[in-house]
Design a protein around this ligand. Sequence first.
Ligand code: NI
Length: 479
Amino acid sequence: MPKFYQRKIRGWRWGLVALALIAVAYAATHPAQIFAKDKEAGGLAGINVGQIIDQSGPVVSILYPTTENDAVNAQIKEFTDSLLDGFMKAYGGEGEAAFYVTFDKFCFNGDIVSFRFNTLAATDALAHPAASQYAKIFDLKTGEETPPLSLLNDPDDLEGFSKMVYEHLKGQEPFKDNPNEMEMLFEGTAPVPKNFRNMVIDHENLIVLFDAYQVSSGAARVTEAKIPLENAEPFLAPRFHKANASAAEEPTGNAIAKEEERQQPAKGGYKATDKLVALTFDDGPSPLTTPKLLDYLRDAQVRATFYVIGKNAEHNEGLIKRAYFEGHQIGNHTLDHINLRRLGSDGMAQQVSGADNILKGMLRQEPSTFRPPEGAYSDEALAYLNGRPLVLWDVDPVDWMPINRDPQIVYHNVVDAVQDGDIILLHDIRETTVEAVPLIIEKLKGEGYVFVTVDELIKLRGNPDDLIIRGYPNPGLTP
Ligand code: NI
């Protein structure tokens, strides 16, 4: 190992050791202060701080909570012992090493208290100190531990809960507009128990704790999702509903924070009074043409809606996920692209649900809208959409017709017809259409248009009971 590298490692290591010694010395001489601060912060009497300090081998400092319930104390002791055992087995024998444990306390009410244990292991064997966090939840009255998943109404059904956690984080930094981070978040919040094994609860929030690299890259370091109890409540066991929470101290600044949250602009920050237009791309995805289109949309920071054919999606999962993670909306355009009016009821149901199932398998949710092939539908077909809107269009450049397969023609057919609130029908399986897209975007941006997905357009201009949507022209706003 080159000398300078060795020095660098020694540098951080001794820095940590020094820090640890300061922390240990502080804890040893100031237990009363830590206790007093603790009491103020949580308002829960009877939680004290214990410590284990050992410098005979590796430097070890463990701060842990002690309570008035002996059964709880025994379980905490068993847990911190297991943390130390784990560290010693992994790193105790090699060179110089240090292990630190601290904790934070979260009070749901006078009985239910959660602890987050933060561990830091630093050794010669690790390029960086390794940090981890663990959750323990106890009932101070009964002495019983509540495994974090038991906070949930149905620990065996994580579908809805995991989706809520994902939705909560995805609009925030660093996930927003960052497909790589978004994909990590998507995988790290998949509905499996290991992703939610560490959660704590206080009287305002459910806090999901994540491992390093679980939901974000090392640079982004997202380690928790703090979800207001109101949002988490549909998934929580009744005894963890907000009605049973109690704060021993005055809430600080929450009313202000909530009001600010409400005033956040919708995704994209657009308003109903903006000049809105929705690009829609049908019949893909195609490995020949869709990647180029996604590049153009990404470079222009424009989001669109893809009405995909189930069978095409099935063979191009990577493209579906890429489009989704880059912020585009994915819609259902049937399983095989068959005109629904030529089908009986079984066939209609199969065409709609077949594509739903393929997309749900990839994105964990059904498409929110449907577009029928050739725009053909019947009242019976609507019944198979379960209340979801059937989305048509009001600008059609007829880009599939051989005579129109030229980027300039597609471009003119679109920009000469477009009005505020329009939905534009295009086909991403046509190379000439894909090449027209940057021209269309540049022109319409120049005219002050903003590009929204179909869901956003409906949200901004529509009504909840609109079942057939052709766009929402707003002539009053268009010169
Ligand atoms: Ni089509």
